[in-house]
Design a protein. Sequence first.
Length: 117
Amino acid sequence: MAKRKRYLFVCVNRRPDGAPKGSCAARGSEALHARLKEMLKERGLAQTEVRACHSSCLDTCWVGPTIAVEPDNYFYGNVTQADLEEIVDALEKGERVERLVLSDSDFTEPKHLKPGS
């Protein structure tokens, strides 16, 4: 296999039901990962351009499902099945979907989710 230009790390971490932070898996990230892999393969990107990988927790549970895009060093958040077509289109063009890109403030855990709050 060739080294890919980009690696998409899809958080598939699962917390127990009812966990305050929730989890990406509980929000459908496992199905997102599977469909993303299919789409990359269908478009001919999987072999040389982009690899979709499972990831454990990316520490952004409150904005999950989350996908880290490397080596570009940005994250997509609140990703749904409906977003995948746009994400793959952007990857083909060497672009990103700005409306899904997490801002620096998205990485700060909301106070109401912190233990003892």
